[in-house]
Design a protein around this ligand. Structure first.
Ligand code: PEP
Ligand code: MG
Length: 589
């Protein structure tokens, strides 16, 4: 290091999968196929359409082949992403639009497909939700595969990456199939020009624990194979050809990071218990079964929030009962013997799903979203209830409902649930007769009547992301208001207290599954308020557990009593920080 080559260029991208890694780069050609638009005659239209359809079929065969190879080599894990891509290939809109462009605009098939892609991208770009917006990347990857078949350009497979020592892959973009083909023994990280935090490739990198930085825009243009780079997958920083000082600095950081990770791993199998013997349930928020090994690896004792809307996102129509059942069953089996808490569809607001005919709303966050949508579409809701009930025969399942605002609503839900149960009984289909049901507390009205709602269900789960949004009237997606989004606002603290007190008075559990649950500095407050369960991102669990094991519940209760006397979020925060400095400082490194 530090040779003539060291230019120490620093690039900032998006940290997609945490960890620091240092190694030599190998650039893989994932550049876009260059398409030249050509005019065709009306007589050439059928041949162009046939060429397009043949390329579609080839792309599909190729993907099925990759899937078979991977299934044989590594088992069924993670393969659902490839199913997503197969679904895109089968998407009738992709075919319809491309054929229409060929017929109406009289352009060659490649250009027609590119125009279809541009339409898709335009559509996705207007979506607020980050996860959904990034699905555009999936369509792009699939379209590239088809284009390559049309222009006859092959692509090297990442299975072939057998270089000496350890390699970092740099590519314009990597498809989920690429990531799945990576051999972790020889590839220690990757960087890409494209991609975002919730792209499927990023999700897979996290699931496989390969450090990665994406969204670097032009990194492939700045690198040459053989360059040394440093990737910091936590901060999103990449250093090209580091000088000696930077190299040493990052080596130290890498060692420190790995030391902390190892230290935290020690907490994995220790009970989540305070010094005075209070046992807290620490669970994970998940969207894909691929996340379960990491959740278990971080010591999660179950799934506290399974966001099922993910299943509805990539489909032109809502998934049928069998598809949903298979997804829930996979999750339940993977998490066994621990419980899985399945939330029914929570779309609308900033989460959009094709074909649910959501009207344009002036105030989507206050519109037909979550349970309101399910109750307006009992046809879709009942399919989901049946699928969840059936999965409950396979292991411990709890079910809960988003955005409940009052008792009438939960009673309607329960009536539909009873009908679904009766139908399954008539059919002789197995389900857990004692399945527990709960509601998300995320609307102020639900807080105010928490005592009434507590009589209707078996548990509460507070969605602080929305509860803060609705209590303080702060749009959670509006970056201009983020300074007003205050989890420690006295109104939020009082709300949380009302919810826990009402739950406990009725003898039911109070859980919390908003982002607040995974923030270590809030732990003394949530513990002192009396929450029974915290559900968070898997990687937050060891840190929260470490602090929990040094806390004393009785002391945390006193801390909360003091915290509730302050008038502003800032006052509560200052008090909390001084308490942390005085009592738990060493737990927070
Ligand atoms: C919440 O609102 O806190 C929550 C967990 O639900 P979501 O973030 O999916 O709205
Ligand atoms: Mg919510």
């Amino acid at each position: 290091m530090g040779s003539a080559k060291s230019n120490n260029r620093l690039l900032q991208g998006i940290g997609a999968s945490p960890g620091i890694t240092i190694g030599q780069v190998r650039i893989t050609d994932r550049s876009r196929v260059v398409v030249i638009e050509e005019r065709i005659t009306a007589g050439e239209v059928p041949a162009e359409i046939a060429r397009f359809k043949a390329a579609l079929a080839k792309a599909k065969d190729e993907l099925l082949q990759v899937k078979d190879d991977l299934a044989a080599r590594r088992g069924p894990e993670h393969l659902y992403v490839l199913d997503t891509h197969l679904l895109i290939l089968d998407d009738s809109m992709l075919t319809r639009e491309t054929v229409a462009f060929i017929e109406q605009e009289l352009v060659n098939a490649e250009a027609a497909l590119k125009r279809t892609l541009a339409r898709f991208k335009e559509f996705f770009a207007g979506i607020e939700d980050e996860y959904l917006r990034e699905r555009s990347g999936d369509v792009e990857i699939v379209v590239e595969r088809v284009l390559r078949h049309m222009v006859g350009q092959d692509q090297e497979s990442l299975t072939d990456v057998t270089v000496e020592g350890k390699t970092i892959i740099a590519a314009h973009d990597l498809s989920p199939a690429d990531i799945l083909q990576i051999d972790k023994e020889s590839v220690i990280g990757f960087v890409t020009d494209l991609g975002g935090k919730t792209s499927h490739s990023a999700i897979l990198a996290r699931a496989l624990e390969i450090p990665a930085v994406v969204g670097l825009e032009r990194i492939t243009g700045e690198l040459a194979t053989g360059d040394t780079i440093i990737i910091d997958g936590t901060t999103g920083i990449v250093v090209i050809n580091p000088d000696q000082e930077t190299f040493r600095d990052y080596l130290k950081r890498k060692q420190h990071y790995e030391y902390l990770e190892r230290e935290l791993q020690k907490y994995r199998d220790l009970p989540a218990e305070t010094t005075d013997g209070f046992r807290m349930q620490l669970k994970g928020n998940v969207e894909f079964p691929e996340e379960i090994p990491s959740l278990k690896g971080h010591g999660g004792e179950g799934v506290g929030l399974y966001r099922t809307e993910i299943l509805f996102f990539n489909c032109p129509v809502p998934p049928d009962e069998e598809t949903q059942y298979n997804a829930y069953a996979t999750m339940v089996r993977a998490m066994a013997p621990h419980p899985v808490t399945i939330r029914t569809l929570d779309v609308g607001g900033d989460k959009f799903v094709a074909d649910l005919n959501l009207a344009d709303e002036l105030n989507p966050a206050l519109g037909v979203r979550a349970i309101r949508l399910s109750l307006r579409r009992p046809d879709i809701f009942t399919v989901q209830l049946r699928a969840i009930l059936r999965a409950s025969a396979l292991g411990k399942v709890r079910m809960f409902f988003p955005m409940i605002s009052g008792v009438a609503e939960i009673r309607t839900v329960k009536a539909l649930l009873e009908e679904a149960k009766a139908e399954l009984r008539r059919e002789g289909t197995a389900f857990d007769e004692a399945i527990e049901i709960g509601i998300m507390i995320e609307i102020p009205s639900a807080v105010i009547i928490a005592d009434l709602l507590a009589r209707e269900v078996d548990f509460f789960s507070v969605g602080t992301n929305d509860l803060i949004q609705y209590s303080l009237a702060i749009d959670r997606t509006n970056e201009h208001l983020s300074d007003l989004y205050e989890p420690l606002h006295p109104a939020v603290l009082r709300s949380l207290k009302m919810v826990v007190d009402a739950a406990h008075a009725a003898g039911i559990d109070a859980c919390i599954c908003g982002e607040m649950a995974g923030e270590p500095e809030f732990l003394p407050i949530l513990l002192g308020l009396g929450f029974d369960e915290l559900s968070m991102n898997a990687i937050s669990i060891p840190r929260v557990k470490k602090i929990l094991r040094r806390c004393n519940k009785a002391e945390a209760e006193q801390l909360v009593a003091r915290a509730l006397t302050f008038s502003t979020a800032q006052e509560v925060l200052s008090f909390l920080q001084s308490e942390i400095a005085a009592h738990y400082a060493d737990s927070f490194d």
